[in-house]
Ligand binder design. Sequence first.
Ligand code: SF4
Length: 329
Amino acid sequence: MAKKVLASIKDLSVTYHTRIGPVSAVDHVSFDIYKGEILGLVGESGCGKSTLGKALLRMIDPPGEISSGEILFDGENIMDYDDKRLRDFRGRKASMIFQDPMTSLNPVQRIDDHLIEAIKVHEPQTNREAALTRSKTMIERLGIGINRLISYPHQLSGGMRQRVMTGIGLILNADLIVADEATTSLDVIVEAKLADQLREIRDEFGVSLLMITHNIALVAEMADRIAVMYAGHMIEIGDIYKVFENPKHPYTQGLLASVPNIRFDEQEQLYKMPGEPPNLTHPPKGCRFHPRCPHAMPICSEQEPNLIEVEKDWMVHCWLYQDHPTRES
Ligand code: SF4
């Protein structure tokens, strides 16, 4: 069955204007998010994955700006939205959960008030009693006892707070949840439980989940597809099984080879990626990975490759998979 596209990101760039010059944190990125999928977005710190997640909800604050591109959501370009439509979009269509939910939850507001407020901001005609009933249903679906509704955020565990944030996103039937390192601050057992619940939420609500994380093992367990970023570029995106089995981009190959136990082979030596990520105020010409790439060719330092389809629904940004003038025949 053909997958339906929920969001289409086209040629999206985000630039931060710093004192030492513009930093191109996300550089002409294009990809789709399908309805009901879990898409894992990975890459080293500073590669632009969190910036990309925020840009999808137009949450880039100065000195940053979305400097080019379109974000088509159900066919509408949210770059054209005014403030009112954007506020509505952020509640009804898409929401974001962060690593530390305490930064998003009001410490002096009870959990029921957070949920009721989320409903009433977007549906002012709903009375408090009806909003409370919906809040109870939601919190129970997320595996939290309704007695917790009268708790304050600091009285809940980290995992519970993340589920409350997820509930705030879902209570208005959002189609997309962007989870930015949402499980990172949790211990491994709570993290695994929250990951299971997020998957159940996807199955039950049909919501799409963009999971931004540095935890490759979590992506392997949860995601339908994986998207890999490097230095502001989307360098590989495809089906989770195919990419893990046979990563195409040299950076993805190094990233997966550097994760302990990813193939459950204790004899295997972990790969150490050579070099450092580039300074994005002066990124390398051509492919930004070329100073670290074991397969670099002359063309790689001269010209940037395109993101091309190497198989159906599998895109790679590398000269190894496309024709170029210096390729030997
Ligand atoms: Fe390596 Fe060249 Fe591919 Fe970049 S384009 S990843 S340098 S082979």
